[in-house]
Design a protein around this ligand. Structure first.
Ligand SMILES: [Zn+2]
Length: 321
């Protein structure tokens, strides 16, 4: 029987719409939760005020004295080396010193910061589809495309906490300009909004006043709509090229894909597995498996805790399970 005396990590998952918090145990269970909407259009202090409220609510829990550290997964870019965050969707925070601000409100506990893609990767490696895999790429395909890497059995964060950010690898040299400044990025083709945009541009006609999301495009693709199907095939091609590049560079065995767009199921995964054969051609890259993510909306919290536990050596390594 699991003892309830073990240490906990206070996890924060900071995004453009909500700030979620939880106390996470060494089995990945969320024993206490708290959440606030992100005041994303407000100034830096107001956004931090919402984070402080989440922390205060967690700190009122009876379990708080067992907390050993705080793990933060934040929308990026983040800079873990400086302890700052500059989330694209939170303009009030630019190089905001989040680690110092959280440490001050958490009684001086150690604080570990990673990007949200890296956090999701930590979660899938600990509890999900990449469990037991020594080398993996995990991706979130949603409003944007993020990701992270497991190398040699460990979460690979990179110096600033952004390693594995596959959404901004270019897979189309002269492709459309990406908001990041480059061209033809994976995200510019495979994110939900870009899948929907391309489907609309090429003749998909949603019901008047109806849903124009990637989920609606997926439903149309399943119903046989050619433009909807082609847009998902193009997204699958971009993801396949990015996965193949990663497999060739660092010999991943598995690519795990989560996020809302992954909810399209076979509309995405079938062409993705097929196109991967076109790009991952060398013997050591051709065996890479593609799997859907297993953890849902709690992946950010579970992963923030796992990243902190690994960094600080709190729990047994995630691969031990
Ligand atoms: Zn880009």
């Amino acid at each position: 029987m699991h003892t309830d005396r073990s240490g906990l990590v206070a996890a924060l998952d900071i995004g453009g719409t909500k700030i979620a918090g939880a106390l996470v145990d060494d089995h990945g269970r969320l024993v206490v939760r708290a959440q606030r909407p992100t005041p994303a259009r407000e100034d830096a202090a107001t956004v931090m005020g919402a984070v402080a409220q989440v922390l205060e609510e967690l700190a009122r829990a009876a379990e708080w004295p067992r907390v050993l550290a705080v793990g933060i997964g934040s929308a990026g870019p983040v800079d873990a080396s400086r302890g700052t965050v500059s989330p694209v969707n939170v303009p009030g925070w630019r190089a905001f010193p989040l680690v110092a601000a959280v440490r001050e409100r958490a009684g001086g506990l150690p604080v570990v910061l990673v990007g949200d893609g890296v956090a999701m990767t930590a979660a899938e490696h600990w509890q999900g589809a990449a469990r037991g895999r020594a080398n993996a790429l995990c991706m979130v395909v949603s409003t944007g495309v993020g990701g992270g890497l497991v190398l040699n059995g460990r979460l690979h964060t990179g110096p600033t906490g952004n390693a594995g950010h596959i959404g901004h690898i270019s897979v189309d040299l002269d492709g459309d300009p990406c908001p990041c400044g480059a061209r033809g990025c994976v995200e510019r083709i495979a994110s939900g909004p870009n899948i929907a945009r391309r489907a609309l541009d090429t003749g998909w006609r949603p019901d008047p006043g109806g849903d124009r999301s990637a989920a609606a495009v997926a439903a149309a693709a399943r119903a046989g709509d050619a433009a909807a199907r082609a847009s998902f095939e193009r997204a699958a091609q971009a993801l396949a090229a990015g996965i193949a590049a990663t497999a060739t560079l660092v010999e991943i065995e598995v690519a795990v894909i989560g996020g809302g767009v992954a909810g399209a199921g076979d509309v995405l995964f079938a062409p993705l597995r097929e196109r991967l054969r076109d790009y991952a051609t060398l013997s050591f890259a051709s065996g890479v498996e593609v799997l859907p993510a297993r953890l849902g909306s709690d992946a950010g919290l579970v992963g923030a805790a796992a990243a902190a536990a690994q960094e600080l050596g709190l729990w047994t390594p995630p691969t031990a399970g």
